[in-house]
Write a protein that binds this ligand. Structure first.
Ligand code: NAD
Length: 329
């Protein structure tokens, strides 16, 4: 298929683009390089530098690249904490950017759409692991923006017959030899811990150790970026037959912050000093995905479920790219 990947210069989008190409698809990447890196875009992909806020640029993209079969929409403001400080980057810009994309897609007859959604839809889960029928209580303007985009998709299907899959990722992590996680600012635990191992930070901060978990630190479900990429490709292939759906995606197993740090110590051989501080507002104690529906419907099975393997893949990339893509640009 001919697939438009928005945010394909970013972490998950670039790795999914590479996997799409390896699976024989044609890829057009749209990215404004706000967080992404030109060097992350696979050379076999067509790259269009444009902002989703620019409707003229979107119209030109679809005119110049007719026959797009499907869209994977990764491009977004992505930071929960930032969204509490600048809510309208999320409640307005994330939503309007998605609406611009969907309007152009519908005008050009695109029938398939995959959305990067989030576990931040579930701030106050009643059951663990979290299944798709859990009530949606966004934990931040970021999560709310994804909930709103899921609603846009509902109406795109009703009005235009566009089929969609919303994949609600839990914690994306891990890298591949050629592409990895390089955000500025970095807010994710695994790259931050590895920056300590590289000597770029003195210590890792732990936000609270008084949660009702096995060691008092927050529990999260870490899923390898390649397993996320696989889910996107399976979802795209299944849309015509199965129709629209929403899936939670994680390994179904949770690790505490202390367990992640301990795994990093084991993998890197570095002592990784840590300092415990107060809780961060808005962090639920435990978030673990039930991916039963994804496994059942699409035959998804994570190929890299072990935290140690995930950590080793990230450590390999961070060692070969200690300054991220600045080392290859
Ligand atoms: N990383 C995670 O753990 C995680 C978890 C849940 C959901 N998600 C979602 O997955 C998606 C990808 O996350 P990521 O970690 O790869 O983020 P990322 O920041 O690495 O990638 C996003 C890309 O989108 C681009 N972009 C942003 N705004 C744009 C715009 N207006 N026009 C064009 N391009 C724009 C950025 O330059 C960047 O390359 C996001 O939608 C994010 O909300 C990520």
């Amino acid at each position: 298929m001919k697939v438009l990947v928005t945010g394909g210069a970013g972490y998950i989008g670039s790795i999914t683009s590479a996997e799409l190409l390896a699976a024989g698809h044609e890829v057009i990447v749209l990215d404004n390089l706000y967080q992404g890196h030109r060097a992350a875009v696979p050379p076999e992909a067509t790259f269009v530098e444009a902002d989703l806020a620019d409707r003229g640029a979107l119209a030109r993209l679809f005119a110049e690249h007719p026959g797009i079969d499907g869209i994977m929409h990764f491009a977004s403001y992505t930071l929960v904490g930032e969204s509490m400080e600048k809510p309208f980057l999320y409640l307005r810009d994330n939503v309007v950017n998605a609406a611009n994309l969907l309007e152009a897609a519908a005008a050009n007859g695109v029938e398939r759409f995959i959305l990067s959604s989030t576990a931040n839809l579930f701030d106050d889960p009643e059951r663990m692991p979290i299944a798709e029928d859990e009530r949606i209580v966004p934990g931040s303007p970021y999560g709310e923006s994804k909930a709103m985009i899921e609603r846009l998709l509902h109406w795109m299907e009703r009005v235009h017959g566009m089929r969609y899959t919303a994949l609600r990722y839990f914690n994306a992590c891990g890298d591949t030899p050629g592409r990895g996680e390089d955000h500025d600012p970095e807010t994710h635990l695994i790259p931050l811990v590895l920056q300590v191992a590289l000597g770029q930070r003195d210590h890792i901060s732990i936000f609270g150790d008084d949660y009702p978990t096995r060691d008092g630190t927050c529990v999260r479900d870490y899923v390898h970026v390649l397993d996320l990429a696989q889910a996107h490709i399976l979802a795209l292939g299944a849309l015509d037959e199965r129709g629209s759906s929403r899936y939670n995606i994680g390994n179904g197993e949770g690790y505490t912050v202390l367990e992640v740090i301990e795994t990093a110590r084991k993998v890197t051989g570095h002592p990784i000093p840590s300092i415990v501080g107060p809780r961060r507002p808005g962090d639920p104690a435990t978030l673990i995905a039930s991916s039963d529906a994804l496994r059942r419907d699409l035959g998804w099975a994570p190929r890299h479920p072990k935290l140690e393997d995930i950590m080793a893949s990230a450590w390999a990339w961070h060692q070969s790219h200690p300054h991220g893509y600045a080392d290859s640009e």
